[in-house]
Design a protein around this ligand. Structure first.
Ligand code: ZN
Ligand code: ZN
Length: 139
């Protein structure tokens, strides 16, 4: 992914929330948990772990949160107009966010570097060879 140029702009579906990603994500995970299936309306969701200082948001976002299985609070920010999920975060770990990176203009970024929660994945999805896979949440 060395030819990907930063910063990269991103936006929700309606365009009222925009952001600029200044540096490459720390890692990209495809999450197969049931919550992510519901969120993505698909078989898995893709999350990019990003240093909070490497991203600049603009536009109003609304918030929702739930308690994750490991006891962490999972805060979620979304566009109040189109409902597009923008990022997740743990209020006890403010230095990093979990960006929903399919909202980036250059979606070559969203190639997963690991698959997680494969214990809940759809049976028809074949995990790729040579990539880290975890039954549950590794971090
Ligand atoms: Zn929107
Ligand atoms: Zn998940």
């Amino acid at each position: 992914m060395s030819d990907i140029q930063y910063p990269i702009n991103g936006a929700c579906q309606c365009g009222k929330v925009t952001y600029q990603l200044l540096a490459p994500p720390l890692m990209i995970a495809a999450c197969h948990c049931k919550q992510c299936q519901k969120l993505s309306t698909s078989a898995f969701s893709i999350t990019a772990m990003v240093n909070t200082v490497d991203i600049i948001f603009s536009g109003e976002m609304h918030e929702w949160s739930r308690l994750a299985d490991n006891g962490n609070t999972n805060g979620a920010k979304f566009c109040p107009s189109c409902g597009n999920r923008i990022y997740h975060y743990n209020p006890n770990d403010p230095d990093k966010i979990k960006l929903k990176p399919s909202t980036l203009l250059d979606t070559r970024v969203i190639k997963p570097s690991m698959h997680i929660w494969t214990s809940e994945k759809q049976a028809w999805f074949a995990l790729p060879e040579g990539i880290d896979c975890f039954d549950k949440q590794p971090f």
